[in-house]
Every structure is written in C-alpha cells, then in structure tokens.
Write a protein that binds this ligand. Structure first.
Ligand SMILES: CC(C)(COP(=O)(O)OP(=O)(O)OC[C@H]1O[C@@H](n2cnc3c(N)ncnc32)[C@H](O)[C@@H]1OP(=O)(O)O)[C@@H](O)C(=O)NCCC(=O)NCCS
Length: 280
C-alpha cells in the first residue's frame, strides 16, 4: 500500500493538499497510497476561508503557465476545476520555503500556512472513471538542489489516485517536456495528433489506462516498469507536416499510440515513438 518513490525527500518534506467541494470529496480516496492530507490541506472552495490558499494556487499557475502563454483566469479555476472536479498537490509550510520560491509566489507577509509547490487539476467526464487532466505544474525549476526532483510525476500519480480515475484523457504540446512525464504511465492512445480546436494546433490529445501499477511507476516507484511496444516510426515534435499526416491517419480510423518516452534532439527538440496498435 505504501508508496516508495525514487526521491524519498518528496514524501518526507512535502504535504498533500486537496481542493474540492464536500460533494465531490465524498467520491474521492482521501488517503491515496496511504498518504494523509496536511492538517489544513482539505480546502473547500465554497468557503471564504479558502481564498488565501486559492490566491497561492493562482500565483503558482501564473508562475508556471504564464511564460507558456496559458495562465488560467480565476473563474476558470472555479467553474471548470473546483466545482466539477478537484485540485491535488504538494506543498510546504511558508516558513520552510526557500526565499526564491516565497518571492516568486508573492507570499503575503505573515502568512504561515501551507504553500502549494505543485498541482494537478482534473475534471470528470460523463464516462464513469474517466478524467480529463486540465493542468499540471510544479516549481521544481526554482529549487536549487534535488529536493523537488520528481514532484511533477508524483503529483499527477497521487491526484489520479485521489480521483479514483481508471482512464485519463489529456492534451499537451508535442514539443513539451511534460510529454515525457505523461508517457511514463504507459502507451498513450492518440485521439488527435494535430488539434486546430486548441490554441496550439501542434497539440496531441491522448487517453491512457490508469491503474495502481501505472501510477506507482509514474510516481517513481522502482520495479513497476510497463511494457513498451516497439515503435513503427519516430516523429519530430516540431514537424507539423508529420503531425498533420498522423491526424489524417487517425481520422481515417487507425489507432495510433505514443509507445514510449520521447528522446531529446539538438536545440531543445524531441522525437516521439509512434506505432499503430490494436485498440485494447
Ligand atoms: C511540466 C512540469 C509539470 C514538469 O514538472 P517537474 O516537476 O519538472 O517534473 P518531474 O521532476 O516529475 O520530472 C518529470 C520528467 O521530466 C524530466 N525533466 C525535468 N526537467 C526537465 C527539463 N528541464 N528538460 C527536460 N526534461 C526535464 C525529468 O527528467 C523527468 O523525466 P523522468 O521521468 O525520465 O525522470 C513543469 O515543468 C511545469 O510546471 N511546466 C510548466 C507548465 C506545463 O507545461 N505543464 C504541463 C501541461 S501538459
């Protein structure tokens, strides 16, 4: 039951939080892999006292998605995440934070509570057990040492466990480093490879099966590696022509998958292994 992660400091030094309405919480696993939420880590967005923590989540989102050009307005957090789904993350007490992190999040003077360092936001779909991953971010890059290595992976794994997800749908950009993180859950079936409906058409939409083995591997637990089918080809994450060609194949009825982890190419590009596989 207990979770063992490759960077043990994450579980020793960080505390778990959850933002969700009482109605949604009744459907969640509030002790994911035996982890206990922080004493003040269950936040009800319907109450006024939630506002200082929600301010910090907005600051975390702005610090991570602002540079990507996709920060979330506060009403999107509320209408599209806190009411229909939930937010799960890891944080640390304000007085234990490195100064750089405190400045980045503009922690108000005198605030002594929990400060979020990562979050995963997800929304349930009409298919029971299927959740759309809406936002994942972490402040790992602000940490000078190894303290937060693996926080992004662990956050997503714990959150999907809290939500009791059995299948997850997500959207990410082909050249994003986050794709490596998502691909650790196992083969990703492509629902789109070129996505004009999104702000960034060079985005993929994937679905992935969620079970404890996949979540433990994602979290960084040794010994849970998942089988990786051989790729049929590698696609360059910035080759828009190749991505549109994949989309044409998907629309023609083929089942295409990201079969493993992306590999880095020069100049910050990456190539991604793709194969045609039967639908499970
Ligand atoms: C994407 C993001 C969540 C990753 O979080 P993180 O805390 O760095 O992730 P982890 O430490 O768990 O590392 C996950 C993987 O990314 C790799 N990684 C970490 N930093 C990296 C970097 N600078 N460049 C390339 N890969 C990197 C790690 O090596 C790890 O790979 P592994 O599974 O082989 O060990 C974080 O960078 C972020 O908040 N980015 C801005 C928002 C965003 O783009 N979110 C993704 C939306 S889909």
């Amino acid at each position: 039951m207990t979770l063992h992660v490759d960077n043990a400091r994450l579980l020793e030094e960080l505390e778990l939080f959850l933002v969700a309405t009482p109605e949604n919480r009744a459907h969640f696993d509030l002790q994911p892999f035996g982890l206990q939420p922080a004493r003040d880590g269950i936040i009800d967005p319907l109450r006024r006292e939630a506002s200082s923590f929600l301010d910090l989540l907005s600051a975390l989102d702005a610090a991570t998605f602002g540079p990507e050009g996709m920060p979330m307005p506060r009403w999107v957090f509320y209408d599209a995440a806190e009411l229909p789904g939930g937010i799960v993350g890891l944080g640390k007490r304000a007085d234990a934070l490195p100064r750089k992190v405190a400045e980045h999040l503009q922690i108000p003077t005198g605030y002594a509570g929990l400060v979020p360092l990562s979050m995963y936001v997800a929304i349930p779909t009409l298919t029971p057990g299927t959740w759309v991953g809406h936002n994942l971010c972490s402040l790992r890059d602000l940490s000078a040492d190894d303290a937060l290595r693996g926080i992004g992976r662990l956050t997503k794994a714990v959150a999907l466990k809290v939500f009791n997800a059995r299948r997850q749908i997500g959207v990410t950009q082909w050249n994003s480093r986050a794709l490596r993180l998502h691909a650790r859950m196992g083969p990703l079936r492509l629902l789109t490879a070129w996505t004009p409906a999104h702000t960034y058409p060079a985005s993929l939409t994937y679905e992935v099966t969620v079970d404890d083995r996949a979540l433990r591997h994602l979290a960084g637990e040794p010994g849970n590696a998942l089988p990786s089918p051989p790729p049929e080809r590698w696609v360059d994450g910035e080759d828009n022509g190749a991505l549109e060609a994949l989309q044409a194949r998907i629309e023609a009825g083929e089942h295409l998958w990201v079969t493993g982890l992306p590999e880095l190419l020069p100049a910050g590009r990456q190539r991604i292994p793709i194969a045609r596989l039967p639908r499970p």
